[in-house]
Design a protein around this ligand. Sequence first.
Ligand code: IPD
Ligand code: CA
Length: 263
Amino acid sequence: MTDTVIQQKYLAACAIAREAGRLIRQRFETRDEALTLRFKGPQDYLTETDAEVERLIAQRLSESFPEDAFFGEEGGGTMASEVWIVDPIDGTADFARGVPYFCVSIAFVKDGRSEIGVLYDPMQDELFAARRGHGATVNGKPLRVSTVTDIRQAVVELGWSNRVRFEDYAKVLDRLHAAGAGVRRRGSGALGIAYVAMGRQDAYCELHINAWDAAAAVLIVDEAGGWTNDFLTEACLREGNRVMACTPALRPVIEQAMQLGSE
Ligand code: IPD
Ligand code: CA
């Protein structure tokens, strides 16, 4: 694939993320506040906007790149050697409850590696974007991870879902706390990881997250000079993986905190 083709895809992904974000914001601002919350399963929110936004993104991508495969959180799709992996709204629980903290995530993955990663937060009007080997930006401004080297000065976000045992989460939380980290938890893994790329926090980790949540964000951290684990393995594309993203100096302590089965 030539550089020009990748650049075309990158520009298209940025434009589509912005268009999708405008739709999400419109739906958020005009939602019926008395609306009953609906669930796909325990703690798993269902909103019509997720599916509507995913359909819009799939349509735009297939108009521009009919040869590429598509896989989205809501409707699934096909995994192929060249595939767009999309989370229409990451932070659905906050979206559904009226909290303005969510984003759209679009990654282009080629031969198991993210080549393009784009996230758009429509409420802050922040577009995080990266192309492998070309750096990462927010609204066109270059991104760099923080210079924090001491865990006792670090802000670490530890994501959690009911896909993992609470005891395992508690173990990681306990270790991070004992090491002196300031631990937080917000409602969007994708934005949480992107915040590492711009130094709003120094690390993000989660014992299990799906490919669509983090495929774009980890590339953004890599391209901002951070360290990430080998997230996008073949198995991850099917069943998710653990994710770690941090400043290079914090890698040993984050890896150690995330290790299970060894004390
Ligand atoms: C979830 C969010 C959350 C993370 C979970 C994800 P959703 O995605 O990213 O922060 O901890 O692992 O499943 O449900 O908001 O699309
Ligand atoms: Ca998600």
